[in-house]
Design a protein around this ligand. Sequence first.
Ligand code: ZN
Ligand code: ZN
Length: 360
Amino acid sequence: MSRLDKIRQVLQKEGLEALVVTQPENRRYLSGFTGSAGALLISAEVARIFVDFRYIEQTKMQAPEFKLIREDRTQALHKEFANTLATSLRELGLRRVGFESEHLPVHQHIAWQETLPGVELVPTTSLVDDLRAVKDSGELELIRKAAALTDESYQHLHSALRPGLSEREASWAAESFMRTHGAEGVAFEFLIQAGPHGALPHWTASEEPIRNGAPLIIDMGARLNGYHSDLTRTLFLGNSNSQFQKIYDIVRKAQETALQGIHSGMKGGEADSLARKIIEEAGYGEFFGHGLGHGVGLAIHEKPWIRRGSEDVLRPGMLITVEPGIYLPGWGGVRIEDLALVVEDGLEVLSMSSKDPWRK
Ligand code: ZN
Ligand code: ZN
């Protein structure tokens, strides 16, 4: 079944006459259009794409299944799209229309309400995101390639690491390798967190040098034709350290337990608890403050969510990360992250990088 057919089935189930898609990855997923602006209107009968002058030729190439409507750019900025949409809805007689409530700014919503009298605007969440969660074979192939390239780039960084190298230099060593070996770009700004920086979850990379005798978190990924990969390894520069060995062993055990235990049919919250239990029993529950993992695809973080309370049910064909961590303020952190495919009887791990943390 085509992606358009699938979303039309969803619309029918939801009792919607049409859906307006504004979220960039959803727009790309359904239409093939990779531009950074524009919207889709999908009903049982029609598939339209609204773009402005900049994207006319690109849309013809990338989204041939969609009828191209050029946005009316004579109106005030926030009214442009509302007016274009109003014209189409009137022409097609569509009255009960869904929109993506997580991706429509309030001022746009107000403009739509003013411009579309008689149209019932229905907020929706995750209608397309849920379809995106299960990957087809073409998507899997791209993510496998992105994961393999990420492993290679990590290997390159691993051999280039030395004390005195700054976090930013280390980040660039991995990024430049990745970009010259086939990546379209990086999946996100790499996190290179030496020593205490490892306990600051949003730290990216600084001028500070990487030193011996401290943990080092490396979180990186590649982007290929819009698809992402995600990998974290933690290293220790030095010969031995009992504190590090202790924390690393707990995180490793938590990850192994989750990789062995996660299977299709399980909820995201149940998957999370497999690893969380190990860390809690070791006495470090309060230092594992994020979810166990997330889906990966056209977005680096997407459905399904593997975290406490997640009702997302794991299905074969979903791609998830498994990434437990322990973060101790003032000392640093340990996180180990693999990318894995949900298969009938468990997980197939795509990340191949070594988990030997000792870097002498
Ligand atoms: Zn990551
Ligand atoms: Zn991740």
